[in-house]
Design a protein around this ligand. Structure first.
Ligand SMILES: NC(=O)c1ccc[n+]([C@@H]2O[C@H](COP(=O)([O-])OP(=O)(O)OC[C@H]3O[C@@H](n4cnc5c(N)ncnc54)[C@H](OP(=O)(O)O)[C@@H]3O)[C@@H](O)[C@H]2O)c1
Length: 247
């Protein structure tokens, strides 16, 4: 408890899945959490659940595919809570088209949502974190960012790019700001449901020494590690949270 007491955290894609579960973990540890996403009903529900448990949260509705809406996430957070300590770039969109079939429109959207938005938000929060002498940026990649085996062209490319962005930001934003990425394996969320749920990843489960898919909270506790001084000598790292799938 209280490992994030009075810290202000923005979590993109916190209306659902692992972003939502991370919001609950962060709030339980005392953070003031800004929930973002496009779906207002789900955003409100996450905020209400956090408040019911004695935590503090608020939401800002923004479509991060729309570059103009990204400033609003940071501006509303500063207006509400006065500062930003943690940025968790978690929102993502799946694309299942092969390189030969994907339209350039879809390609551009996947790149914007899955990593360009992270760059834009980092540019906006870094001066705030630098000025206070400390900050934490966490990015969500994927095991699809280490191999073409786990995703189709646009998704796979965007997640590989997130790895590079994580390392570049870590190098450029230190020593005040540490930047790390979580690379989830199969995690039970709406995104996994959209491609057939746990049945669709039975091969991956079989490959895992743990023989199961992961839960959103298991991503949240990994994010907590990166958002605290428990990871004080860790930056520019890509942490697979994948049940040990190892490929
Ligand atoms: N589940 C897995 O097995 C898995 C594995 C590896 C990596 N990941 C990554 O984990 C992250 C979270 O995914 P999840 O599995 O938790 O899926 P999810 O339950 O579908 O959540 C996705 C989140 O991203 C938000 N989002 C999507 N497009 C957006 C946009 N244009 N503007 C603003 N918000 C947007 C959604 O919010 P709204 O619907 O409210 O817009 C939602 O909160 C993603 O980056 C995904 O690529 C997932």
């Amino acid at each position: 408890m209280d490992r994030l007491k009075d810290k202000v955290a923005i979590i993109t894609g916190a209306t659902s899945g692992m972003g939502r579960d991370t919001a609950y973990v962060f709030a339980e540890e005392g953070a003031k959490v800004m929930i973002t996403g496009r779906n207002e009903e789900r955003a409100r529900e996450v905020v209400e659940n956090i408040k019911k448990n004695g935590g503090e949260a608020s939401y800002v509705i923004a479509d991060i595919a729309d570059r103009a809406s990204l400033d609003k996430i940071v501006d509303d957070t500063v207006a509400k809570y006065g500062t930003i300590d943690i940025l968790y770039n978690n929102a993502g969109v799946l694309s299942i088209q092969s390189s030969m079939d994907v339209s350039l429109e879809e390609w551009d959207k996947v790149m914007q949502v899955n990593f360009t938005s992270a760059l834009m938000l980092a540019k906006k929060v870094a001066p705030i974190m630098k000025a206070k002498g400390k900050g934490y940026i966490i990015n969500t990649g994927s095991v699809a960012g280490t191999s073409a085996r786990w995703g189709a062209a646009a998704y796979c490319t965007s997640k590989h790019a997130m790895n590079g962005l994580t390392k570049a930001l870590a190098r450029e934003l230190g020593p005040e700001i540490r930047v790390n990425a979580i690379l989830p394996g199969a995690i039970v969320t709406a995104m996994l449901d959209s491609v057939g749920g746990e049945d669709a990843v039975s091969g991956m489960k079989e490959m895992s020494p743990l023989k199961r898919a992961g839960q959103g909270r298991e991503i949240g506790t990994a994010a907590l590690f990166f958002a605290t001084e428990d990871s004080s000598f860790v930056t520019g790292q890509l942490l697979r949270v994948d049940g040990g799938v190892d490929c």
